[in-house]
Design a binder for this molecule. Sequence first.
Ligand code: FES
Length: 189
Amino acid sequence: MANAIKPDATRRDFLFVATGAAAAVGGVAAVWPFIDQMNPSSAVLAMASIEVDLSAIQAGQQVIFKWRGHPLFVRRRTPKEIAEARAVSLNDLVDRVARNANIAENAPASDENRVIKPEWLVLVGVCTHLGCTPTVSTPQSPQGSYGGWLCHCHGSDYDTAGRIRKGPAPQNLAVPPYAFTGPTKIKIG
Ligand code: FES
C-alpha cells in the first residue's frame, strides 16, 4: 500500500499537501511520486511546517508526506509492531540516542522516547547513512529483518521504532519536531 500510485491521484492532491493544509490522506498516499515529477519550487520545499490529518490512515499503513524538501513518514503502528519495538533492550541498539527533536538531546532510544502517542510514528524518511529513502516493511511486502524499514542503497535495516539495527547507517531515523493539534491532527515543524 505504501508508496502505491493510485490512478485517481491528481495535481490537486499534491497542492493540498504542499500548501500545508490539513491533508486528505486518501489522496495523499499517492502524492510522493507526483511531487518528484512536478519538481516544486524551492519556496514550497522550504515550507517550515505542515499540518496533517491522520484520520484516514489505517493501522499498519504508512503515508509519506513532504516536509522541508524531505520525505516524512507517518506510520500508524499495530499493537504487534509497538510490542516488538518495546521488547528491544537498549543494549541491542546500534544507536542508543532517541534522536527525537521533541525531547532532550541525549534521551535514550527507548520506544517510548521515539513517539508522542505509541500508535503514531513520525519520522524523517532519510537514511542516516547516505540519505536514500528507506522502504517500509508491511505484511504484504516484508523488508529487512526488523519489521520497520530497509534502505536498499546499502542495506540499513530499521525496526518498528525507526531505530537502526543492522547495516552501515550510524543513527536512528530522526523524529522531527511535531505536536498533536487535535485527536487525529499533527503539525510538523
Ligand atoms: S544510504 Fe541507506 S544504507 Fe546507505
